[in-house]
Design a protein around this ligand. Structure first.
Ligand code: HEM
Length: 407
């Protein structure tokens, strides 16, 4: 690779073969180098050790404000009417630096501890069973619509106290909103995303007004109480947090379930092993997360001049840890392209790492275990209706758009 050449995941994904299976391309990138210059002036971080360092070292921030061109960009965004998207990206927990991050995360973390979500397992199992009961007699179903999507949406909605009748409207907005997370050189794509985020915030504003009048036994009511108790949480932060939890609960776990089931079908011996020994479901879900991470990459900015992979990274530089590539790094995972549902020492980066380590990971794990475990346990003759799979158009978030199954 010459000094002037850059890599772009966005460009790579325009190749239909790469969209179908990006992993050979990620392996090639890994061979090209540890840090590869991107077209946005940053570096793609290809190896597990470096990606993990970037995620864990607090000097690499997830807040775009540390980028030198940020103020200019933010001003332009405000002028063209994207101010609220900009504000959300500056404030929300995922993009906040300490001490704000610490405060925001502490307020909701209690609801997501492994113990708290383990208590939700019977309820999650019951939702899975109800969703499968509804289609059992049909001889088959499309998995995304019938299970992978409704499960996490129902769970996070119940946690937040969102009425079931509002799901489909919120779903349409959320699908639009996550497009703002994708890398793009076209600012126009941000307008519908901003519009959708405005609508979701508006929705939660109304719900907060209702819950303030009549508090329930839900996370939103608990957050309102935290807001009312003092300056822990501003009204904007409360709405941002609701939007983040709702969105994160929508667009990630769905791909763990649908992508995970697809990968089991593509490795029938592993599917059989799981059927023969359902106690493997815990390690199977970890391996499915490693093998096909729903979040393929993330980004950080250096807040100081920092040495990484033998190179000086100047303050303000953007780094893009390639989670999906790091998860197949042969230095960490023996035989990385093999799906092994009992893989030991599975240090995948699918939930990130460091202070922003996925807050919902314990919940996502249980949802994945109950959905995949119950589905394969219930239908011994489960099969894909067809081999070719259509993938969602997003690059950051990866998962099948549809997965028709027969049983
Ligand atoms: C399989 C499903 C999921 C995957 C693969 C996933 C992945 C991730 C990743 C990679 C990050 C870190 C991003 C970064 O550092 O830049 C993250 C953060 C986060 N996730 Fe998840 N997630 C999943 C499910 C969930 C669920 C179900 C929730 C909540 C309902 C959730 C809530 C969050 C939150 C709030 C953060 C930000 C944490 C912070 O900034 O401290 N996630 N997730």
């Amino acid at each position: 690779m010459s000094d002037t050449e850059t890599v772009s995941l966005m460009e790579l994904m325009k190749d239909p073969a790469v969209r179908l299976d990006p992993y050979p391309a990620y392996a090639d990138l890994q061979k090209m180098g540890r840090l590869l210059p991107t077209m946005f002036g940053g570096f793609l971080v290809t190896r597990h050790a470096d990606a993990f360092t970037v995620l864990r070292d607090a000097r690499f921030s997830s807040n775009a404000r540390h980028q030198p061109t940020y103020e200019q960009f933010a001003e332009m965004a405000r002028q063209v009417g994207l101010g609220d998207l900009q504000d959300l990206f500056e404030r929300v927990m995922l993009f906040a630096d300490p001490p704000d991050h610490t405060r925001l995360r502490r307020l909701v973390s209690k609801a997501f501890t492994p113990r708290a979500v383990e208590d939700m397992r019977p309820r999650i199992a019951a939702i899975v069973d109800r969703l499968l009961d509804a289609v059992e007699g049909d001889g088959g179903a499309e998995l995304v619509e019938t299970l992978a999507f409704p499960l996490p949406v129902t769970v996070i909605s119940e946690m937040l106290g969102v009425p079931a009748g509002d799901h489909s409207q919120l779903r349409a907005w959320t699908a639009e909103a996550v497009k703002a997370l994708d890398p793009s050189d076209d600012m126009m794509v941000l307008f519908p995303a901003a519009e959708a985020i405005r609508a979701i915030r508006g929705y939660f504003h109304e719900l907060v007004v209702e819950r303030r009048k009549a508090p329930g036994d839900d996370l939103l009511s608990a957050l309102i109480a935290a807001e009312d108790e003092g300056d822990h949480l501003s009204h904007d932060e409360l709405l941002d947090t609701a939007v983040l939890l709702f969105g994160a609960g929508h667009e990630t776990t769905v791909n763990l379930i649908s992508g995970g089931v697809l990968n089991l079908f593509r490795h029938p011996a592993e599917l059989e092993r799981l059927r023969d020994d359902p106690s493997l479901i815990g390690s199977a879900v970890e391996e499915l997360l490693r093998f096909g991470p729903p979040v393929q990459f993330t980004d950080r900015r250096a807040t100081a001049d920092i040495e990484l992979a033998g190179q000086l990274i100047e303050r303000g530089t953007e780094l893009v840890p390639l989670i999906a590539g790091a998860n197949r790094d042969p230095d960490v995972f023996p035989d990385p392209d093999r799906l092994d549902i009992s893989r030991a020492d599975n240090r995948h980066l699918s939930f990130g790492g460091g202070i922003h380590l996925c807050l919902g990971a314990p919940l996502a794990r249980i949802e994945g275990q109950e959905a995949i475990g119950r589905l394969v346990g219930r239908f011994p003759r489960l099969a894909l209706e067809r081999e070719d799979v259509e993938w969602k158009p997003t690059t950051t978030i990866r998962g099948p758009a549809r997965l028709p199954l027969v049983w």
